[in-house]
Design a protein around this ligand. Structure first.
Ligand code: SAJ
Length: 413
């Protein structure tokens, strides 16, 4: 039985999960180190843009089912949803998981369940169990005590798509990896309280690897599309035509090339596999390299063309890592725009409907100005479409007349 659940980490995964549990009548305490996030949530507001999240948070807070705090408190179950980034060397950085483990360990009581939702390298959930045990020698844990353990530990990787989180958090199937069989069964009981998809139970390392495989699969497929687009640029033919025609085959489904792969998931998680099995993960590593090389290709193409103009005005449309989100993390669009500004290719007019001021990395170049779409279209010589936001799809083609257009997302065809 679960009546209180603590969600550690109130970001893109933790907060929607907390809201989903609270909506089902559980008492949820969200824990975050960021005081501003905690204050906003307690005021019934969501600290980032995600469809339907704001209403879920304000409803859950108003009903008294959800509150936030900066310190962990005892609960029947803990869900850890903290970042698992990679360092500059592409090695996993588990420091946030370790800090969350310490915070949870200090308030653990016998009978509690601890679930790791953060996408993690193989072996992390077992490691989590060990970290908890090191801090709580008075309790037993499943990596050593198995079914008899005082505390249950499991992995349940998040699998929701930014932009559709509130729908997918309920409808997606879940993978549940128990450190022991009874840990898996217990975690399944928790997720079945709000998940309508099936909960598939396995061991912790298999669940970790299955989640990483999902994102590596997508990364490899996007890399194929991006590589094709660079080949087509060299051959002077249109990659979108090539892909559209190839996709008329019943067993071919090539994804969309873009300015590169961004976000905190697909651009990161495949490195966990490379780190765990570098000699074997050759295709996965190469795909990462191909996708990481795409922004430089776009920058080179735009700079080459801009050099033909005297004092060109360049409109960069979109900074987010993908359509219709405000998330700039690991965004190729932001990287490309910043690099164009640093290289001084011209006066940059930046349009990003989901933000109100330029991020410091771009503002600090002193070369870019945030403007609205209409101004950018009117004043620019070159237009670089970097994100397929809905707001850009409706642009009248007459507005593009006489301009040089780089449509990296094939929106205006
Ligand atoms: N992209 C392309 N071409 C495409 C598809 C995507 O260039 O055809 C780019 C996007 O613009 C973006 C990046 O790839 O920069 C990733 O976007 P995405 O929409 O493919 O995925 P994410 O990172 O938003 O979410 C993924 C999802 N995983 C899979 O679809 C296998 C999601 O279900 C995961 O929960 C999420 O990673 C995660 O948190 O791991």
């Amino acid at each position: 039985m679960f009546s209180t659940v603590s969600v550690v980490g109130l970001g893109y995964i933790g907060l929607p999960t907390a809201a989903a549990l609270a909506t089902k009548g559980l008492d949820v305490v969200g824990v975050d180190v960021n005081r501003a996030t905690v204050d906003l949530i307690n005021a019934g507001q969501a600290p980032f843009v995600e469809p339907d999240l704001a209403v879920a948070v304000s409803g859950a807070v108003a009903m008294g089912r959800l509150r936030a705090a900066t310190e962990a408190e005892p609960a029947d179950a803990f869900i850890i949803a903290v970042p698992t980034p990679v360092g500059d060397d592409h090695e996993p950085d588990l420091s946030f998981v370790r800090a969350a483990a310490a915070a949870v360990a200090d308030v653990l009581q016998p009978g509690a369940l601890v679930v790791l939702e953060s996408t993690s390298p193989p072996g992390t959930t077992l490691q989590l169990s060990q970290w908890l045990a090191e801090r709580r020698p008075d309790l037993t844990f499943p990596h050593s005590a198995g079914a008899a353990a005082d505390v249950h530990v499991a992995h349940c990787p998040e699998r929701v798509l930014p932009g559709r989180i509130m729908i997918e958090i309920v409808t997606n199937d879940r993978l549940i990896g128990g450190v022991s069989e009874c840990c898996g069964a217990r975690a399944k009981g928790l997720y079945e309280l709000f998940a309508q998809g099936r909960c598939h139970v396995t061991d912790a390392t298999t669940a970790e690897m299955a989640k990483l495989s999902e994102n590596a699969f997508r990364d490899v497929n996007i890399a194929f599309a991006n590589e094709l687009s660079m080949i087509c640029d060299k051959l002077g033919i249109d990659a979108t035509d090539v892909i559209t025609l190839a996709n008329r085959h019943p067993r071919v489904n090539i994804l969309q090339p873009g300015p590169g792969v961004g976000g905190h998931c697909i651009a990161v998680d495949p490195w966990f596999i490379v780190s765990a099995a570098g000699d074997q993960a050759r295709l996965i590593r190469t795909a990462r390299q191909v996708n990481d090389a795409k922004p430089a290709h776009v920058i080179a193409e735009v700079s080459k063309t801009a050099a033909r103009f005297k004092d060109p005005v360049v409109a960069c449309l979109g900074l987010a890592f993908k359509a219709d989100v405000d998330d700039l993390r690991e965004s190729p669009a932001l990287h490309i725009t910043t690099e164009l500004a640093r290289q001084g290719v011209g006066r940059l007019l930046v349009v990003e409907p989901h933000i109100t001021e330029l991020p410091p990395v771009l503002a600090d170049t002193g070369q870019a100005k945030l403007v609205d779409l209409e101004a950018a279209l009117q004043e620019s010589d070159l237009i670089v479409l970097l994100v397929d936001h809905d707001a850009f799809r409706g642009v009248k083609r007459t507005m593009l007349r006489g301009k040089v257009v780089f449509d990296t997302r094939s929106v205006w065809r």
